[in-house]
Ligand binder design. Structure first.
Ligand SMILES: *[C@@H]1O[C@H](CO)[C@@H](O)[C@H](O)[C@H]1NC(C)=O
Ligand SMILES: *[C@@H]1O[C@H](CO)[C@@H](O)[C@H](O)[C@H]1NC(C)=O
Ligand SMILES: *[C@@H]1O[C@H](CO)[C@@H](O)[C@H](O)[C@H]1NC(C)=O
Ligand SMILES: *[C@@H]1O[C@H](CO)[C@@H](O)[C@H](O)[C@H]1NC(C)=O
Ligand SMILES: *[C@@H]1O[C@H](CO)[C@@H](O)[C@H](O)[C@H]1NC(C)=O
Ligand SMILES: *[C@@H]1O[C@H](CO)[C@@H](O)[C@H](O)[C@H]1NC(C)=O
Ligand SMILES: *[C@@H]1O[C@H](CO)[C@@H](O)[C@H](O)[C@H]1NC(C)=O
Ligand SMILES: *[C@@H]1O[C@H](CO)[C@@H](O)[C@H](O)[C@H]1NC(C)=O
Length: 277
């Protein structure tokens, strides 16, 4: 495997520093496509209305949704994915909120993507599934560093890599894994791919995302990537439900002081970076 350098896989550019609450009704991040708008009475608009109204009914039973409407240049593709541990009722409500909110913030753009903690929604006139490489990722990180950044990073990467393997092996309906490890702190992690990706593609997508993050931000006590094809998140607090994988910590030389834990609901300063694969 070639050695990763900062510029090898990723070009990073700081977009903005945001204050984000971990609870609330606004997207963590959203983006409206800049390459095309539709007009009020267009066929595209009608197709978009139809596809978004049918989307919630297309669930595969595991929080994945996929709907397309129309033909040729008026074809609208849409997809949504709920976090793998989410209860169906919460998933439906997250998707419903996303549909309403994304149309509000991107009122006439042909394509848009919006990310909540619990789900994302994307629509476009382009193909959006299958990890086409057109999927910009956005890194978020907690600005607080672990007191032992190297030990913390090592433990986190080990956890995420095991979760990656677990998720990639998850089958065609659900590619999700969550778990924890005890390193310099208890670290909770979660990874997910859209289930249409093959195992190797899922693994590859997560691998790039995880490497890219740690090249730049290893040692921070929380981090994640917002991206449709695959995503990961880790925190020093538990932020998901359900059964989890317990990963043994890597051998660490000496006992290291614990990190002070951020708690859910506190305001974290997050920095948004765009990742171009
Ligand atoms: C999507 O819309 C843009 C802007 O109208 C257009 O340039 C592009 O060719 C369209 N792509 C497809 C696949 O129709
Ligand atoms: C699309 O509409 C937005 C405003 O909603 C505008 O800022 C943008 O310039 C338009 N883009 C094109 C390609 O017309
Ligand atoms: C859209 O259609 C409605 C009803 O057919 C019409 O009243 C309206 O003027 C049209 N709007 C535009 C921008 O063409
Ligand atoms: C999306 O849904 C259509 C049916 O509406 C299906 O034929 C297609 O395979 C689905 N694509 C993916 C990637 O799941
Ligand atoms: C987690 O489980 C609790 C208890 O069953 C439930 O109240 C809560 O809504 C669940 N959260 C998610 C994100 O599914
Ligand atoms: C979806 O959201 C709309 C607008 O907020 C609301 O009127 C509708 O009842 C919601 N539907 C579901 C199934 O939650
Ligand atoms: C975290 O570590 C980085 C790199 O060592 C440093 O630039 C940054 O200022 C530190 N942040 C805090 C909040 O201490
Ligand atoms: C780690 O996960 C296991 C299995 O779900 C759970 O029993 C344990 O309480 C978790 N540890 C922490 C510190 O959350």
């Amino acid at each position: 495997m070639p050695k990763l350098t900062e510029n090898h896989l990723f070009q990073l550019s700081i977009i903005s520093i945001l204050l984000i609450k971990t609870t609330g009704t606004d997207f963590l991040h959203y983006s409206c496509d800049t390459d095309g708008n539709y007009t009020t009475n267009s066929t595209y608009r009608k197709n978009l209305d139809i596809t978004l109204s049918t989307l919630p009914a297309t669930t595969n039973g595991f929080g994945f949704f996929n709907s397309s409407t129309g033909r040729g240049t008026d074809r609208v593709n849409s997809a949504a994915l709920c976090r793998g541990d989410l209860e169906p009722a919460l998933c439906r409500s997250c998707l419903n909120d996303s549909v309403v909110r994304l149309r509000e913030v991107c009122p006439n753009q042909k394509g848009a993507v919006g990310y909540y903690d619990e789900c994302w929604l994307r629509y476009s006139n382009k193909t959006i599934l299958g990890n086409t490489g057109e999927d910009d990722g956005v890194f978020l990180r907690n600005t607080q560093n672990a007191s032992d950044p190297d030990g913390f990073s090592r433990a986190t990467r080990l956890l995420l890599n095991e979760l990656r393997d677990d998720a990639a092996a998850g089958g065609s309906l659900r590619k999700f894994a969550s778990g924890n490890t005890t390193g310099p702190a208890t670290i909770n992690g979660l990874v997910q791919c859209t289930p249409d990706l093959s195992g190797p593609k899922c693994s590859d997508c997560l691998d790039k995302a995880i490497r890219g993050f740690f090249v730049q931000f290893g040692g921070h006590i929380g981090g994640r990537i917002l991206q449709t094809a695959c995503n990961f998140r880790y925190e020093v607090y538990r932020f998901f439900n359900g059964s989890t994988l317990v990963v043994s910590p890597p051998p660490i030389s000496a006992a290291t002081p614990p990190v002070s834990s951020a708690t859910e609901g506190t305001i974290m300063v997050l920095q948004i970076y765009h990742v171009f694969f």
